[in-house]
Design a protein around this ligand. Structure first.
Ligand code: ZX7
Length: 442
């Protein structure tokens, strides 16, 4: 019998992070919207690498911020818009160009499964206020306009048919249909965006209709939560957890509450003592950016490193894809998903359903890096930075014998007083990071 939550902080604070979320480790984020039509942003910085000041907002690398990037009236996106579309072409004029004519949700869901992802998070309403589901509270939605399909409903069905969990993203505190002054600094963005009771009611009702219509396993709120409805937060959470027993929420509700904390590119702190999630695009943008071709996206080795480093530190990786307006996924993004899936087919046992090991990451000499995960008493050792066909690596403080998850590798172990010395034969760089299993090694 599932627990019943009441609309009090005491009640909802009893909620624990469901095991499924911790065990999944890898999800796919999807930013798809009107902004996918212009698909333009300058390639500037990673969030968190520089101050989010006027220079950031006038050279925003996030293509999904196109509305604001032209609204500020200066910078590369503004100039691009004037040159390519003209001063009189509005953001909403892109809507008829978003046809999703080649969109096959089942193909997306199959690709996510092959990538080794276990959950998906789709933008249902981003900052531009356009809803990717037939909301009862606005006609500015994808059933009435643009694709003229229930994108959220169709993708949710497809994702669940492939055995993955479905999560929904909602831009809780920015909605340029309600407040669209150009944003030049963080305070415009987070502090007093959408400062009306009308918006607080609207967003509360939309968040509830998303829960009731789709029963999302993850409610991924973004930016913040309207101050005028902060007192309603326990009621929203109690309703969500009562309707979706396995439900989980992130930490972007004005710091009032979270099941897991988040990082975004270089912004945010990870504390391995609590569950956290890293989200980022494959380039510098979440929305599809035509300026980001194969050479500008994160490499496969760096992607595998990001997954291993994140999981070994008690995090999940929520890796974003930015689909094209016709509903296809850019080839350079698909290529990386499939490469990750191939690696996970061999090494996933050391990733999925593991917990943080007592062993902290460390260097093992010759540029070799070690990362650790645990599954009950078994220890998994990830070895990064091998370069030769034959390698000897010392794993400090680890006893016992190890087997490799990659059956094409040959591993011999020797116990020394410093730890386990392993000889690895058969390595090649296409294997990237390898994983050893040490029975009862944790
Ligand atoms: C996923 C990503 N979120 C951006 C807004 N980011 C935040 O509100 C935010 C980043 C962050 C990092 C650490 C802790 C809290 C945070 N909030 C959006 O502005 C982007 O367009 C995109 O949707």
């Amino acid at each position: 019998m599932s627990k019943k939550y009441t609309g009090t902080w005491n009640s909802v604070n009893e909620h624990e992070v469901p095991k499924w979320y911790d065990g999944c480790k890898f999800g796919i984020f999807i930013h798809w919207g009107i902004y996918s039509v212009p698909a333009f942003a300058p390639r500037t910085w990673e969030l968190g690498a520089v101050e989010t000041n006027e220079e950031w907002f006038c050279n925003n690398p996030y293509a999904e911020w196109y509305y604001n990037s032209i609204n500020v009236g200066k910078g590369p996106s503004y100039e691009h818009h004037i040159e390519k579309y003209g001063k009189d072409f509005s953001y909403e004029d892109f809507l008829p160009m978003w046809k999703a004519e080649n969109w096959q949700p089942q193909k997306w869901a199959e690709l996510f499964r092959k990538a080794g992802a276990k959950y998906v998070v789709l933008t249902t309403k981003h900052h531009d206020g356009f809803c990717l589901y037939p909301s009862e509270y606005t006609d500015f939605n994808c059933e009435e306009l643009g694709p003229k399909r229930d994108i959220t409903g169709e993708l949710t069905d497809a994702v669940r048919s492939e055995g993955l969990k479905m999560g929904l993203y909602y831009s809780g505190l920015i909605d340029w249909q309600f407040a669209n002054d150009p944003i030049f600094k963080e305070e415009d963005n987070f502090g007093n965006a959408c400062p009306t009771f009308e918006y607080a009611d609207y967003s509360y009702n939309q968040m509830k209709e998303l829960v009731d219509k789709y029963h999302p396993s993850v409610f991924w709120n973004d930016i913040g939560w309207p101050k005028q409805s902060e007192h309603m937060m326990p009621y929203f959470l109690a309703h969500y957890y009562n309707v979706v027993e396995e439900g989980v929420v992130n930490d972007r509700f004005n710091g009032l509450y979270h099941d897991f904390s988040t990082k975004e590119y270089k912004q945010g702190e990870a504390n391995r003592k609590e569950k956290w999630e890293m989200c980022r695009g494959m380039g510098l943008s979440f929305g599809y950016n035509e300026n980001e071709g194969d050479d500008q996206l994160i490499s496969v080795p760096d992607l595998i490193h990001l997954l291993v480093a994140t999981v070994s530190d008690n995090g999940n990786l929520l890796l974003n894809i930015g689909p094209k307006p016709d509903g296809t996924i850019p080839a350079e993004q698909e290529k990386r998903l499939l490469a990750l899936g191939k690696w996970l087919e061999i090494n996933g046992e050391g990733i999925y359903d593991t917990s943080c090991s007592a062993h902290l990451p460390e260097t093992a000499g010759d540029g070799v890096q070690l990362f650790f995960t645990a599954k009950e008493k078994d220890l998994y050792v990830f070895i990064e930075g091998l370069s030769k066909e034959e390698n000897t690596v010392l794993i400090p403080g680890v006893k016992g014998s190890a087997e490799t998850l990659d059956s094409t590798l040959n591993v011999q172990c020797e116990e020394t007083k410093e730890g386990m010395k392993v000889r690895i034969n058969g390595y090649d760089k296409e294997k990237h990071i390898i994983c050893l299993k040490v029975k009862d090694g944790e």
